[in-house]
Design a protein around this ligand. Structure first.
Ligand SMILES: Cc1cc2nc3c(=O)[nH]c(=O)nc-3n(C[C@H](O)[C@H](O)[C@H](O)COP(=O)(O)OP(=O)(O)OC[C@H]3O[C@@H](n4cnc5c(N)ncnc54)[C@H](O)[C@@H]3O)c2cc1C
Length: 418
């Protein structure tokens, strides 16, 4: 089959790899000059099956209201006169019911465990180099109530096969001595040894190069402008490239991997997937001192920040503003990243020249991605991976390739109702 993949973020590149491995002829369209230059560029770096809890949970509505007036809030919902935001918000509130939260944790955890295994396999088989650290992820808490609230989801995840172990402050410090500066504030932690971290951009770049070696055709600086539809079937896409005439690219199957932009192309078909931007920030610091930067990837529960050591760099990432479509860097949010990192790891890096970045997470109300065939023949979705696109993307690529090839996916897929 000839398969058209739209978008070359970590999700699209992974799909292209597995589609080619399944024997298909694959063309990838990407508007940027290379792979993973948008949301997959400088994320938190965590492959975190142990973080399957979605933003939508019973405690979320009260927290969001409390945070409404804080410019540096970890999750900020700025109400706008935009229908899409209100539809998304209403669906988010429905997903906050405890039965929905539990169902979503189950789905995300299943997908994440599968994807984590896929990443490990790809790394081994293809010798991919992307500043990977296999030290696990340690999630530390400075609020006793939050730590206590984490015990039930941790138990559920263990039931689902994710070895997330709750531990005391003493055990956490033994695991990560770099947390010494705030030892007195930590009230507990949980740790998942099989989780890992790495640079999603480098991974995507390396995997895209292997795709090209195997015959995948990447067309960069090429924007998909609309889907080609005839007789109720998707037959490919129209594309525009700066130096060429617009063209029609035909395919037997077309897969939408356009991250936060995915809904745009689907609207003319009457499909409205609830994928909305969750703007987040990262700061990357050079000159990491090996003795002072964390050895494991960390999650700071109070500030909702993640820290990953990427070679000789330290990256901190977090914060979310629901509905912001711009990539402007807000100085208050940027400064908050550096301040907290310096407070946790004084003298660990060169803090004088932070590299700030913002990206738009493609978030769904449930945090569960749209992954699978649609009701329109020839059209498949692989989008809306939200806070966990690096964690879920490689596995989603394998699953979508299995579905397109008419095989049973290795993991039960969530229903796609777009
Ligand atoms: C601050 C921050 C921290 C994060 N931390 C983590 C983390 O630690 N772990 C984790 O698992 N996830 C994390 N994420 C989430 C993760 O980065 C995303 O879920 C993931 O990158 C989404 O990948 P994607 O391929 O779907 O989207 P993208 O990477 O955005 O790829 C979509 C591609 O489509 C292209 N495109 C769009 N429209 C068109 C068009 N019309 N034609 C052609 N091309 C088009 C874009 O240029 C882009 O390259 C974080 C995100 C942010 C913002």
């Amino acid at each position: 089959m000839r398969v058209l993949v739209l978008g070359a973020g970590v999700v699209g590149v992974s799909a292209a790899w597995f589609l080619r491995a399944a024997g298909h002829s694959v063309v990838v369209l990407e508007r940027q000059p290379g792979p993973a230059l948008e949301t997959s560029f400088a994320n938190g770096g965590q492959i975190s099956a142990s973080h399957a809890e979605p933003w939508a949970n019973p405690a979320a509505p009260a927290k969001i209201v409390r945070w409404l007036s804080r410019a540096d809030a970890p999750l900020l919902f700025r109400p706008r006169l935009e229908l899409g935001q209100w539809l998304w918000g209403a669906a988010f509130l429905r997903e906050c019911r405890s039965d929905r939260t539990t169902a979503n944790i189950r789905t995300i955890c299943r997908l994440a465990l599968h994807s984590r295994a896929v990443v490990k396999r790809l790394r081994r088989e293809l010798a991919l180099e992307y500043d990977c650290l296999e030290g696990g992820i340690l999630h530390f808490y400075t609020d006793r109530r939050e730590f206590e609230a984490s015990l039930a989801p941790a138990a559920l995840m263990r039931e689902l096969g994710c070895a997330r172990q709750s531990m005391s402050t003493r055990e956490a410090l033994a695991l990560e001595p770099a947390l010494e500066a705030i030892a007195d504030d930590i009230v507990g932690a949980d740790y998942c040894a099989e989780d890992e971290s790495g640079d999603a951009h480098k991974f995507s770049r390396e995997l895209a190069a292997r795709c090209v070696d195997r015959g995948v055709e990447f067309r960069f600086e090429t924007t998909a402008t609309s889907l080609l539809v005839a007789d109720g079937r998707v037959l490919g896409a129209r594309a525009r490239c700066a130096d060429r005439e617009p063209e029609e690219i035909r395919a037997d199957a077309t897969i939408i991997c356009l991250g936060v932009q995915s809904a745009l192309l689907l609207r003319p078909l009457g499909m409205r997937p609830l994928i909305y931007p969750g703007k987040g920030y990262s700061a990357t610091f050079d000159g990491a001192e090996p003795e002072r930067v964390p050895r494991v990837s960390l999650t700071d529960d109070q500030f909702k920040l993640v820290f990953s050591r990427l070679g000789n760099r330290l990256r901190v990432a977090g914060t979310a503003e629901i509905g912001a479509w711009d990539l402007a860097l807000d100085p208050i949010r940027c400064a908050a990243l550096t301040k907290r990192t310096q407070q946790l790891f004084p003298d660990a890096c060169d803090y004088t020249r932070p590299n700030y970045w913002a990206g738009l997470r493609p978030v769904t109300p449930s945090n569960v991605p749209y992954l699978g065939p649609t009701c329109v023949p020839g059209l498949f979705l692989n989008a809306g991976h939200g806070t966990l696109g690096w964690t879920l993307g490689p596995g989603s690529g394998e699953l979508i390739a299995q579905v397109v090839s008419g095989k049973m996916p290795a993991v039960d897929l969530p229903p796609v109702a777009a």
